[in-house]
Write a protein that binds this ligand. Sequence first.
Ligand code: ZN
Length: 53
Amino acid sequence: MAVPKRRISKRKTRVNMAKRLRKVKNVLKNVVKCKKCGHLKFPHMKCPNCGAY
Ligand SMILES: [Zn+2]
């Protein structure tokens, strides 16, 4: 397994976390409600609850 040579600095981890958070927020923003059952789902994807598009 690959082992990092250096420990990541505190600031770097914070930046990385912010980046990841932004990505997650972007994904969550695109979530829509299913017309059939109201379950939260991603657009153009099958509803995980009832299976409708
Ligand atoms: Zn549904």
